[in-house]
Design a protein around this ligand. Structure first.
Ligand code: NAP
Length: 242
């Protein structure tokens, strides 16, 4: 069976991606770090609609744990493989550069960039053997244009874009595509502390995006129809100038 793994699948954009991938028939591995209750609710919703899901809890920034979890899963599932990988887990720890603490810098890079590396490296092996795969990395408008107060987050997301473009060229001949989606402002826990009334005025569409709208794009990139799209960064931001 071909599985889909979604990191940070318990809430927000990741949650919507899990639900939509399950609707298209993929059994889904829901990764999360600590929100077990939220992850269980995603699993129940998938199962209520006739789909299949497994909880897959671990901190993506811990390479040893990520390797162990993936190895254990692969041992338990000798006839299955992860055909779709969505690297979505991410955090924001904003601060002006002058006040930024080492921990704020490192943890954002560790989760977004190192997490992408640890998991993708391990999952890639079976995609190369099967000669098919879809890797979709969730970056941000911040990684394209940079946003003040987010040097850590912008650096992590820009690096994720660079790594995705390089990897797309490494694995293109094996029918593995690697693409990036770059959301603008999306209604999730990550943006609930922002002043949405003033931000909305900057967005031509006049509103924040919905997690389901990002999920629709991800599911398209994961589909067979998207076979000739690779190494791309697709913005989904309501027309916000980049
Ligand atoms: P969210 O609602 O805060 O959800 C974050 C998810 O990531 C949760 O499932 C969380 O699980 C998981 N996570 C965090 N740290 C983790 C770790 N170390 N290991 C494993 N899982 C971890 O965020 P979101 O808005 O949906 O964002 C999803 C992605 O979209 C992020 O990469 C974010 O940077 C990107 N993005 C978001 C927006 C936006 O406007 N919302 C815009 C551009 C890009 P736990 O609760 O268990 O920690």
């Amino acid at each position: 069976m071909k599985y889909a793994l979604v990191t940070g699948g318990s809430r927000g954009i990741g949650r919507a991606i899990c639900l939509k991938l399950a609707e298209t028939g993929y059994p889904v591995l829901i990764n999360f770090k600590s929100g077990k209750k939220e992850a269980e609710s995603v699993k129940s919703e998938i199962e209520a609609k006739g789909g299949t899901a497994e909880l897959f809890p671990f901190d993506v920034s811990d390479g040893t744990v990520a390797d162990n979890m993936l190895d254990a899963w692969m041992e338990k599932h000798p006839d299955d493989h992860i055909a779709v990988l969505v690297n979505n887990a991410g955090i924001r720890l904003d601060n002006s550069m002058i006040f930024m603490q080492n921990e704020q810098w490192h943890s954002v890079l560790d989760i977004t960039l190192n997490g992408f590396f640890y998991i993708t490296r391990r999952v890639l092996k079976s995609m190369l053997i099967k000669r098919w795969g879809r890797i979709i990395n969730v970056a941000s408008l911040s990684g394209i244009k940079g946003l003040p107060g987010q040097t850590n987050y912008s650096a992590a997301k820009a690096a994720l874009i660079g790594a995705s473009k390089a990897l797309a060229q490494e694995v293109g001949a094996r029918n593995i595509t690697v693409n990036v989606v770059a959301p603008g402002f999306i209604e999730t826990d990550m943006t609930k502390d922002l002043d949405d009334q003033s931000l909305k005025k900057l967005i031509p569409a006049g509103r924040f995006g919905k997690p389901q709208e990002v999920a629709d794009l991800v599911v398209f990139l994961a589909s067979a129809q998207a076979a000739y799209i690779t190494g791309e960064v697709i913005s989904i931001n309501g027309g916000l100038y980049t």
